[in-house]
Design a protein around this ligand. Sequence first.
Ligand code: FAD
Length: 443
Amino acid sequence: MPARPPVVVIGGGWSGLAAAVELTRNGTAVTLIESAPHVGGRARTVAGPFGAVDNGQHLLIGAYREFLDMLGTLGLREEVLFDRRTLRLHMNDLDGGRDVVISVPALPAPLHLAKGLGSARGLSIGERLAAVRFTTWLQRRGFDIEDTPLGDLLTARGQPPRLTRALWEPLCLATLNTPLAIASSRLFARVLQQTFTGHRSNCDMLLPRVPLGDLLPEPAVAFITEHGGEVRTGSRAIALHTHGGRLAAIGLADGSRLAARHVVLALPPRALGPLLDGHPSLASLRTVLDRFHYQPICTVYLHYPGTVTFEGGLRGVLGGITQWLVDRGSTGTPGVIAAVVSAEGAHMDLDREALAKRVIKEVAALFPRWPAPETNLVIREKRATFASVTGIDALRPDSATSLPGCWLAGDWTATGLPATLEGAVRSGVQSARAVAAALRTGD
Ligand SMILES: Cc1cc2nc3c(=O)[nH]c(=O)nc-3n(C[C@H](O)[C@H](O)[C@H](O)COP(=O)(O)OP(=O)(O)OC[C@H]3O[C@@H](n4cnc5c(N)ncnc54)[C@H](O)[C@@H]3O)c2cc1C
């Protein structure tokens, strides 16, 4: 039998793992190269002073179809991994404004959204009607709109400032991780489309019951290796070698070369750039990479006595630095509350201690009966996601490149979504299918 052409995946984040799992499922054993000592990339579990914690809060929704399908491949069950809840947003205001509560009822889409917005608590009738008018306007356009800054679009569509502050801005920060003034209205419309069209359950919230590492990274590694593949951590790819105008091998930092007929580069733009240098056929892709910029996410874990908890597990916060609070009790760490601060802002000028102090003060104002936290842990991801700014979506490349044998994956590629786990998995699966199709034709 002729030897099977070697297939390599570079990058052990969710996109690279998804590519490797999909190739494995199709009968192609792969070698996955990851530079860090662990897989998971930007969605991983790290050791903390009060047990294992995630590097950031990852909220998933029912519309994450590609990811949920992959659970089946890995032999995992959604109900074991997630607490599935109907969407309910509860926003507290540190400036003393009324709480805003939006519950999406069990009605078919898109009625559920109209009813949820129309009956929101804490919004005036004018604000509720404006919200319904805006989503109806998007629906009439099939959510396919010209890409302008989201803040400008909301003003142009007559959204009252209080509604924007209580609903659209928190949603923009949570889903696009980009300030409203520069965020892409097109990508925001796609998020609303993904969440609120199709089946009603698309907008369900999936709150993980287990650490992030157990959702995909660890089961994926087990699946790949049990089916004849290999996962090499602590191994950095530093060069692409070509022969006869196509990819032939990967150069590794230890000086070795790994033969490869096909490679999936599942890397963010910043890490991908150096690998493309010196390859004229990839020069235009190299130029596009420079157009991508990044936004941070800070997580402040507060460790309270195990009895501390709040209703619903997720709370929005208005008027402070803190944007969302997540009760980690359902993830097996009772008493741990995670405060999330997405995107750039004045908080990035604070050192860890000052940031934790501010967040603790804000939480104490919202929950005055709670004792002071015993400890805290601040995790700053400076380049958490690419910035979902106006115009960026049109630049995102597909999985195929101009160098035969070389494919792309990653949350920043043309997934149609902002930087998300679902986008990462979708891109990995797409690139794996493209490689499988090429292998079938003898390429
Ligand atoms: C704090 C935080 C909160 C988030 N919250 C959410 C959320 O609530 N919902 C959601 O859907 N998404 C969320 N995201 C986004 C989500 O985590 C990312 O979209 C996703 O993890 C990106 O996966 P990726 O595989 O595309 O990239 P990455 O995870 O960046 O993977 C790339 C991998 O390549 C490796 N690598 C780099 N260079 C090399 C090299 N030369 N050789 C070998 N390996 C290399 C890196 O170490 C890394 O492991 C969040 C992200 C962060 C940081």
